[in-house]
Design a protein around this ligand. Structure first.
Ligand code: ZN
Length: 226
């Protein structure tokens, strides 16, 4: 099993996190055990902006549909699975809330990451927010080609901006999902953002749906309070 870490999150006491991938598949129970966690929770991911939140007691949420999990319960990890989509993990230092977010192009269009930050603001009583986030390995702008059908939705929502959209001569576009999620985090008030900049399709070791299709493995991105 291979694990990539954010230096920024790793330097914070009382937190555990990682972006984990393995050719042999992901054994979530084993990862939880290795990190001294009771569970690592995940959802049925559906490219939505549904946020699942549990505050006082851990419950089995594995049959729920959604793409973001929030909690502040210790030793209950929250996680998302990806293969090219953008995994984002978030920690709010004052209230102690954590979140794991899955943002493919649909989730990015629906701004699931800023909605997750805003939900933490709603549920935490503290008004002095101090968010830190890490954006894990995802497909880069180098490789993420999309058609007019997808690009036009981003143009109508966020404008035609060459910071995240490149028009190609073949009529297609290159879309930068990492840039868009970083911008959404910034707009939501997250000042500290660590970007683990490697393209899942370019880096042959990382799981990529665009490169390997249905046979692609998955990356597990998790965060937990200790
Ligand atoms: Zn690439």
């Amino acid at each position: 099993m291979n694990i990539i870490k954010s230096e920024v999150l790793e330097s914070i006491k009382g937190l555990s996190h990682g972006f984990i991938y393995s050719e042999k598949g992901i054994d979530t129970e084993k990862i939880a055990e290795n990190h001294e966690l009771n569970n690592i929770h995940s959802l049925k991911q559906i490219h939505s902006d549904n946020i699942i939140f549990f505050e006082y007691e851990a419950k089995d949420i594995s049959s729920l549909q959604g793409d973001s999990i929030l909690t502040k319960i210790k030793r209950e990890g929250v996680s998302v699975f990806t293969a090219d989509c953008v995994p984002i993990i978030i920690y709010e230092k004052e209230s102690g809330y954590i979140a794991a977010v899955h943002a493919g192009w649909k989730g990015t269009l629906k701004e699931i990451v800023s909605k997750s930050v805003n939900r933490i603001k709603e549920v935490s009583k503290d008004k002095n927010y101090n968010f830190v986030a890490a954006i894990g390995p995802a497909i880069g702008k180098c490789c993420y080609e999309v058609g007019e059908d997808v690009a036009s939705q981003f143009i109508s929502r966020f404008g035609d901006n060459n910071k995240f959209l490149t028009h190609l001569e073949n009529g297609k576009f290159l879309l930068d999902l990492v840039y868009l999620n970083k911008s959404q985090l910034e707009h939501a008030g997250v000042k500290e953002i660590d970007i683990l900049d490697s393209c899942t399709k370019c880096d042959k070791l990382l799981p990529s749906y665009r490169r390997d299709g249905k046979d692609a493995g998955r990356m597990l991105s998790f965060i937990a309070l200790l």
